[in-house]
Structure formats: structure tokens, C-alpha cells
Design a binder for this molecule. Structure first.
Ligand code: PRP
Ligand code: URA
Length: 210
């Protein structure tokens, strides 16, 4: 598993504002979108491309074009939906599929309650969007689901993660092509499965359900 933790003052600045409990939902949503666009730059570093030739007004030029099948972007509902626009801004030709997951707050086990994905993901490169990698249970379930459908490599873009969550994802996805791109790696999980210091419940903060 490849892990990339962002190291850029602009990203840390935006995450600091997200962490602040007084930041209102409209600002939280706007910053989430901006952060994803910045993280998507790193997340797409290994996007599959073909070498192509175009004709400029002056000469022929060799360049790159995103390969077919197109990348599949999968926001994990609900909170991952807040990351979608930021991602497709950078990769507008990507296809988008949806996975609805909710974590049982007592057992911390994830449950898939909705799915709208292409049936066959053979040979697809997938980009999962979920702001929080806490215990890792939701991300493991999402990644496993995509690999079971035929995906060949999965990159997850998360705003915050924990050492415990990363270790769990690594253990569960041994031998698979998995990359995790994080805006920040936080200190730990608390006894309620929340990221510390974290930013609270990402879905609630995005959609004002507090
Ligand atoms: C949050 C978050 C992740 C999950 C992370 O979703 O968006 O999907 O928790 O926790 P885990 O790593 O311990 O599985 P939640 O279940 O609260 O649903 P929501 O997006 O609808 O708020
Ligand atoms: N889900 C969240 O939204 N926040 C956390 O800290 C953990 C899981």
C-alpha cells in the first residue's frame, strides 16, 4: 500500500479551518471542495494515460491523454459527496459511481445501504472519496467491494486519517494495488472511534446536521 500525506502549508491552513468547531457548513463545504482539488493532484499521479500526438498551429507535439476505460470516481455517501465536485473539477472526463455506507456508531461496523456502480469494473482504476479514515472499516469495505467487482487499482482520497485506520487498511488489502492520499495524518482514534484531534462528524458538519 502506498500512503501519501500532504505536506503543504495551504492544505494545512485549510484543514485547520475545517477543524475549528465554529466554522459554518457553507465554509466547510467550500474548503472541502478546494482541498480535494489540491489532493487530487497527488492522487492522480499514476492515472493511466496513453501517448498521443496533436497538431499545434506550428508542428506536431507528443503528449498524454487519459486512457480508456476512464477513471471511476466513487464518493462514499454521505460525507464523500462533499468531495465530488473538487475531484471532477480536475478529472472532468471521469465516470462517477456511488456507494452509500454508514458506520454503526455502537459496533463501528460499516454497512453498505446503496450502490450505483457499473456492473463490470474489470481493468478500472478507481478513486474513492471519503473525508474520514477512522477505524478504516468503511474504506476496507469500499475497497473490497470494488476489487470484488474487478477493479485493478484503488486510490482513496481522505482529508484526515489515523495510524490505526491506515494499519487496518494495509492489513486487509495485502497484495492489492492500493494508494491512500491524506490531507493530514492525525494522532489517534478515541474510544468512540472518532479521529483525534479530527474535525468531528464530517457528514454532520458538511450538511449542517449538528
Ligand atoms: C463517516 C466517514 C467514513 C466513516 C469513517 O461516515 O465519512 O465513511 O465514518 O469511519 P471508519 O473509518 O471508522 O469506518 P458515517 O458512517 O458517519 O456516514 P455519513 O457519511 O453518512 O456521515
Ligand atoms: N467519522 C467522522 O465523521 N468523524 C470521525 O472522527 C470518525 C468517523
Amino acid at each position: 500500500m502506498r500512503v501519501h500525506v500532504a505536506d503543504h502549508p495551504l492544505i494545512t491552513h485549510k484543514i485547520t479551518v475545517l477543524r475549528d468547531r465554529t466554522t459554518p457548513s457553507p465554509t466547510f463545504r467550500a474548503l472541502t471542495e478546494e482541498l480535494v482539488t489540491l489532493l487530487a493532484y497527488e492522487a492522480t499521479r499514476n492515472v493511466r494515460v496513453d501517448v498521443v500526438t496533436v497538431e499545434t498551429p506550428v508542428a506536431l507535439a507528443q503528449g498524454l491523454a487519459i486512457s480508456s476505460p476512464r477513471p471511476l470516481v466513487v464518493p462514499i455517501l454521505r460525507a464523500g459527496l462533499g468531495m465530488l465536485e473538487g475531484m471532477v473539477k480536475l478529472v472532468p472526463t471521469a465516470e462517477v459511481g456511488f456507494l452509500g455506507m454508514v458506520r454503526n456508531e455502537e459496533t463501528l461496523q460499516p454497512d453498505i445501504y446503496a450502490e450505483r456502480l457499473p456492473d463490470d469494473l474489470s481493468n478500472r482504476q478507481c478513486f474513492v472519496l471519503d473525508p474520514m479514515l477512522a477505524t478504516g472499516g468503511s474504506l476496507i469495505a469500499a475497497i473490497t467491494y470494488l476489487f470484488d467487482r474487478g477493479a485493478v487499482d484503488v486510490t482513496a482520497v481522505c482529508l484526515l486519517g489515523t495510524p490505526e485506520g491506515l494499519a487496518a487498511v494495509e492489513k486487509a488489502t495485502q497484495g492489492r494495488e492500493v494508494t491512500i492520499v491524506l490531507g493530514a495524518l492525525d494522532e489517534k482514534l478515541n474510544e468512540f472511534g472518532y479521529i483525534v484531534p479530527g474535525l468531528g462528524d464530517a457528514g454532520d458538519r458538511l450538511y449542517g446536521t449538528v
